[in-house]
Write a protein that binds this ligand. Structure first.
Ligand code: ATP
Ligand code: MG
Length: 364
């Protein structure tokens, strides 16, 4: 047990070969100190000191140190990648001319509802986060969801993607009952969401993040091919580079996520969801925390992404949402309050009273 922990700490957690490297180093040094140097009982003390030095000086362990060294060498040979993506990506590409692999819906299901929800509720102890929601989205629609903080919007999305099991109710996606199916299976079927709070692998590059997501779709749930080079997975490079182009991150593909600006991280979050080729994409507050310019650019990006897909978008920025979507669903205290076009929602008395606080009264 101690050897396993030491080996992981020395070799590198979160890597395939790190613990093996750590175990080999540990065993080699213990043999060296005991057999070759004949240190007697003090070998443990010396090995302990070496362990401390390795941890202090190689913060990311041996595997991490080797990876850093590789990055340093290869980066020295590459041109700097600091220019903002929007300044360098061709305009046609920025407007969504990039074509990404898209799922083929089952024949005959291109029109009508892609998703239907009946009587969906979620109870957390004494709190009803969602109450008896009926909801439907058509193929190719862009739907907005608004509601005050705590209205149950994110909980609703989590149930739709099968991340959280509903207390009651049923979810039908492309004619199939997916209630209680599990998030991995739902994603495999083409139902994916981007998160309200970024869920990125900070130490990995943009490319590696996108590869992980794209592989989830290309490889399926489980395959015994973990030693296969990623370069040899058919279609992976095209899928990753196509996705990066769609979210304007082509020039940042080999940058570690920790070096990205916040707006770029939000775009990568959308990219992770897109890389699994969803036919229905749920976006939880994609504009959160962005500057005005970034919001304008991201709304244009979402419009380009929407071509050939169905989108459901939660956001608190109503001006941007009203510009983007065709219909809006309003949630309040876990229940569906009203649905309608942006114009209908702006002029709806219940919405003004419950949510907008009269902000849009003059526009009605
Ligand atoms: N895992 C959980 N356990 C207990 N309560 C939860 C859990 N997740 C959400 N809730 C509660 O459910 C209610 C709805 O939360 P939810 O995150 O869905 O709201 P939201 O509309 O997305 O809010 P926001 O606009 O702030 O993101 C809140 O009262 C929240 O505290
Ligand atoms: Mg939320």
């Amino acid at each position: 047990m101690l050897l396993a922990e030491s080996a992981t700490a020395i070799g590198g957690a979160g890597t395939l070969f790190g613990p093996l490297l750590g175990a080999a180093t540990w065993l080699y040094l213990s043999d060296l100190f005991q057999v070759t140097f004949k240190l007697g009982t003090t070998w443990k003390l010396i090995l302990g000191l070496v362990f401390v030095l390795l941890v202090v000086f190689l913060r990311r362990s041996i595997a991490g140190g080797l990876a850093d060294l590789y990055m340093l060498i290869t980066r020295g040979r590459q041109p700097a990648q600091t220019a903002p993506a929007s300044a360098t990506v061709p305009a046609a590409q920025r407007m969504g001319a990039v074509t990404l692999k898209q799922r083929q819906s089952p024949a005959g299901r291109q029109s009508g509802p892609i998703l239907q929800v009946k009587g969906l509720s979620k109870r957390y102890g004494g709190l009803l986060a969602n109450k008896d929601i009926d909801f439907s989205v058509d193929h190719g629609e862009i739907r907005g969801i608004i509601g005050p903080n705590g209205a149950g919007k994110s909980t609703f999305f989590k149930m739709l993607t099968c991340e959280v099991e509903p207390t009651t109710g049923a979810i039908t996606f492309e004619g199939r009952d997916i209630t209680g199916m599990g998030v991995v299976d739902a994603c495999q079927l083409g139902l994916t969401k981007s998160y309200q709070i970024n869920q990125l692998f900070e130490r990995l590059t943009v490319r590696q993040n996108l590869q992980i997501s794209a592989l989830a779709e290309i490889r399926g749930k489980f395959k015994l091919d973990f030693l296969k080079s990623m370069n040899r997975v058919p279609g992976l490079t095209e899928q990753v580079e196509g996705t990066a182009a769609l979210v304007h991150l082509t020039r940042r593909l080999d940058a570690p996520v920790s070096e990205l600006a916040y707006g770029e991280k939000r775009r990568l979050e959308i990219g992770l969801a897109l890389a699994s080729s969803p036919s229905l994409l749920l976006l939880d507050e994609p504009l959160a925390g962005m500057s005005h310019e970034e919001r304008v650019e991201t709304v244009a990006l979402l419009k380009s992404i929407a071509q050939g897909r169905t989108l459901v978008v939660i956001d608190h920025d109503m001006d941007s949402l009203f510009e983007l979507v065709e219909r809006i669903t309003v949630l309040q205290e876990g229940s569906l309050l009203v649905e309608g076009t942006p114009e209908e929602i702006k002029s709806n008395a219940k919405v003004q009273e419950a949510y907008l606080g009269g902000v849009y009264e003059e526009m009605a």
